[in-house]
Design a protein around this ligand. Sequence first.
Ligand code: ATP
Length: 495
Amino acid sequence: MIDVNTPIIYICDYDFVRVDNIISQSLNQKKIFEWNPATGTTNFSNKLPLGSGKEQSLESFLYDKYMDESGSEKYLVLKEIHDYLDDSVIKSLLLLMSQRRLYDPEYNITIIILSTTLKVPNEIEKYVSFLEVDYPDENEINALIEEHIDINFYDRSKFTQSDRDKLMPSLKGMTAFEIDRMLDMAMSSNGSLSAEDTEMILKQKKQMVKKSGLLELIDTPEKLSDIGGMNALKDYLERKAKIIKQLSEAYKFGVSIPKGIFIVGMPGCGKSLCAKASAALFEAPLLKLDMGSMMGKYVGESESNLRKAIRIAEAASPCVLWIDEIEKAFSGVKDGNSDILMRMFGYFLSWLQDKKSAVYVIATANNAENLPPELKRKGRFDEIFCVNLPNEKEREDIFKVHFQKRNRNVSFDISKLIKQTDGFNGADIESVVVEAIEECFLDKTKSFTEQLLIEKAKETVSISRSCKKQIDTMKTLFKDSSFKNATNGLIIDNM
Ligand code: ATP
């Protein structure tokens, strides 16, 4: 960025020590000036206020540097100045300095804004480039672990390679500062560091990821066997799991890294269940991305949020990134009426297309009618599956899953029940079983029979009745030949 004369580089991060180190390393021996609201003009190396220091306002600091005629190369690190960016004089100084940086070859000052909050006023947006500092990789995480072992005088022989391998995935996707805190907590809880700390770290990490407001770390107790029907989709996921679990060998062999799948289908038919069961099958964490929460107030904020979320996922890989209700996020793109949405969509698509990391994306949608065609095109996702309402065999399987889940050893025939539940989705079937069991519990004269289940089914307003219009639309949509049927794997046109 510096080489192409970027006037302002914006780094949104809160690990100032780490970013300062990166700045020092990149700008080795160059003149760096710091200003922050606490100590004013500050010595970048030792963090002590300089000269008049605290008395110098941001305005006078910038004014001095704007008037600089020395022609020498200088870097200004402005920390936590987001609250000052509403001030018209500050905005104007930043604008003038940016223009001077671009048009005056004698003026060689680059501004680096380092802030915990992203806020870029419209007036200077064109001169700002955003820079994201990557999360620590395995080497850096290992270095942090070593540091903690040394500081705590922990017996190194007690920390085995297997401990390290088990701990590593849980420490990925966090900043160095957060990893430090986790290791401190692990050490102080029982005076040791081992694979047993993984559970505590994951618990803390869950909170952290949630606090970021962009992603959620979801528990995945579900197994593939908890899904009734969808055999083609389940077989497909089992094949991919074999690849993901030995990714580096597969890659060396020439196998393409799985990108992910797009599951479109009727509501309550088990799409979310599939996302959860896949993560468990891949033995990888499940990160749920809420597109709605990406939208920010300031210029560049929404894109930055999406980039940040993707960066967390990449750092936490191998993982499954679940984008639920993707239609809600990107349906506006088709009309081209939102620049922000278009940019986010473009970024997401190119990331998906070029993705080299082991982030397996599962996007789910109830309604793909208004989705931009680019998303449905092959090459973005490995496959697009459509989930129809379950057929007879699938309804039987789903009933069996829910009987088993609730410890009902059912030996009676349920063929009439299967017929009765035509047009039901998985969630409807589950509710029939739940209602019948509740009835037996409350009224001890009742027994769990096919007749009782049929009664409950008759009382249920199934999906095909409550969402008739949506289902009809979906059926038309499924005529799209690029969709594969989750039940039998056939391309929809061949059905
Ligand atoms: P929505 O699109 O409305 O979010 P969905 O397709 O993601 O729905 P799920 O949330 O996965 O549906 O399903 C809701 C509940 O219905 C599940 O928790 C599960 O108990 C039951 N269910 C749905 N489909 C199946 C299935 N194929 N096998 C077993 N249970 C199912």
